[in-house]
Design a binder for this molecule. Structure first.
Ligand code: NAD
Length: 494
């Protein structure tokens, strides 16, 4: 089957990488389905993209913010029209089921409308001066060229979280999508162009992390870096950015806990556990990967969860009846297989799954069976380390306090959930769970774009995507003083 060749977008032109190399984007549900061929870029390509973004910044930064916002608004409208096509293409390139890829495009639509509204806000402050006949205010200024590095699991939503707030604030961008999912970023940026985005304001450079991502982080023309991905790569990105004194937003891994107490609505918790653990085949940074069960309900809950996990229909996500798609690639299959083995070596028990699905409809894809691991102790590696697959660990607890301790006993701090009907427990969970996100009676996944998104500990470095936190990252504050006294006035002295 013939496939399309995609080029980098630099200064509004589609250009081949100077390396002369390309790579294939392959459907993880069917390795014979080539979604497209993309440029395998290097430092020279990044340099050209940064220069184009620097040139475009001169005019984009002074283009009125409400007009910038109108482009985002039109982008939202066009994305609504193209939603089904882009969702189908996203399922082909990354595997998650069609209902979820529609949700991924919807998240970009929501972000477009939300950030379009900011074009007429971007509020600063006015405040009295300590001196007479002097005016004082603070205004938000764009940062400049922003470098963006994205993961593959939300291939349109996450780039939209980065691009849209950056653009409304007046920045220009160089984005490198994940090598497994470049097409959805192309679709997003094509929509921005069709909505009227001027040339050079967004530039796309595709390729592998060390070749095309690292030069973005170290390029002197890039004034801020936004990275979403693993903690391992985030550490490298953060250190490089720090060495150059660049603001750097890091959104990284998770080992998200759901606590189910003995006073919970168990059927509701069960629905949440299945969706949180096996949605996106467990490949969400917020996926439920530990379920902490009160000992009184543990046996009943475990039995029901295993029954539900075994019944999940796994396959090609373009089929509407499929409930779980493939893992993104062979490497993720290896990771899920490796951790299933580690769990058993540590003394935990695999109640279902634990293996690749490779027969019949699964023969050409990277499918892994929904996996439930029981008898997990809080300090085991399976309870501590991110698997990023459909593998969930069950840990028993004696009490609510015990559950909180277990939930917090990890290096990550992204999302958490509590199932309980006790309002006191709910408020303590909101206060005491060490995480950027806490859900009460809902699973660990399901963030909305107008709230801050991110985590504590090794999940993040203090910045937030979504909500107004994004505006804080993509602007710098300038304090402005206007003296209309016609004489020298000295602050702190006169
Ligand atoms: P990854 O870290 O392997 O790759 C992320 C991106 O970084 C890719 O575009 C990759 O090409 C690039 N990269 C790799 N090496 C690089 C380097 N040396 N310099 C610069 N860039 C480099 O992560 P992934 O496998 O794409 O995504 C999965 C991870 O992302 C999981 O750990 C998941 O928890 C995390 N994630 C976090 C969030 C969040 O918001 N907290 C959201 C989604 C995914």
């Amino acid at each position: 089957m013939s496939h399309k060749l995609y080029k980098n977008l630099i200064g509004g032109e589609w250009v081949a990488a100077k390396t002369g190399k390309t790579f294939l984007n392959i459907n993880p549900a069917d390795k014979n389905d080539i979604v497209g061929e993309f440029q395998s870029s290097g430092a020279d390509d990044v340099d050209a993209a940064v220069k184009a973004a620097e040139a475009a910044f001169k005019t984009w930064r002074i283009f009125p913010a409400p007009k910038r916002a109108e482009i985002l608004y039109r982008t939202g409208q066009l994305l609504e029209q193209r939603k089904e096509q882009y969702a189908q293409e996203m399922t082909r390139e990354m595997g998650k089921v069609i209902a979820e890829t529609r949700g991924d495009v919807q998240e970009a639509i929501d972000t477009a409308y939300y950030m379009a509204g900011e074009g007429r806000r971007l509020f600063g402050q006015t405040t009295p001066s300590e001196l007479q006949n002097k005016f004082a205010m603070s205004v938000r200024m764009p940062v400049g060229v922003c470098g963006m590095i994205a993961p593959w699991n939300f291939p349109m939503a996450i780039p939209s979280w980065k691009l849209f707030p950056a653009l409304v604030c007046g920045n220009t961008c160089v984005i490198k999508p994940a090598e497994d999912t470049p097409l959805s970023t192309f679709n997003l940026v094509q929509t921005l162009i069709d909505a009227g985005l001027p040339k050079g304001v967004v530039n796309i450079v595709t390729g592998y992390g060390p070749d095309a991502g690292a030069p973005i982080v170290s390029h002197p023309g890039v004034r801020a870096v936004s990275f979403t991905g693993s903690s391992e790569v985030g550490r490298i990105v953060g250190q490089t950015a720090a060495a150059n004194f660049k603001p750097c937003s890091l959104e990284m891994g998770g080992k998200n806990a759901m606590i189910v107490l003995d006073d919970a609505n168990l059927d509701l918790a069960l629905d949440g556990a299945v969706w949180g653990s096996f949605g996106t085949a467990g490949q969400r940074c917020t996926a439920t990967s530990r379920i902490i069960l009160h000992k009184k309900i543990a046996a009943e809950f475990t039995e029901k969860l295993v029954t539900r996990a075994k019944a999940l229909k796994v396959g090609n996500g373009l089929d509407e009846s499929i409930e779980m798609g493939p893992q993104i690639n062979e490497q993720q299959i290896e990771t899920s297989t490796k951790y299933s083995k580690i769990a058993q070596e540590e003394g935990a028990k695999i109640l279902c799954g634990g293996t690749r699905l490779a027969e019949g409809p699964h023969a050409n894809g990277t499918f892994f069976a929904p996996t439930v691991v029981a008898g997990v102790k809080p300090k085991m590696r399976i309870a501590q380390e991110e698997v990023f697959g459909p593998v969930v660990s069950l840990i028993e607890c004696d009490s609510f306090d015990d559950a909180l301790d277990i939930a917090n006993s990890i290096q990550y701090g992204l999302s958490t959930a509590l199932y309980s009907r006790d309002v006191n427990h709910a408020f303590r969970a909101m206060r005491d769970l060490e995480a950027g996100i806490t859900y009460i009676n809902a699973p660990t996944i399901g963030a909305e774009v107008h709230l801050p998104f991110g985590g504590v500990k090794q999940t993040g470095n203090g910045h937030r995507e979504g909500g107004t936190g994004a505006l804080d990252f993509y602007t710098t504050w300038k304090s402005v003083y206007v003296d209309y006294s016609d004489k020298l006035q000295r602050a702190q002295i006169d």
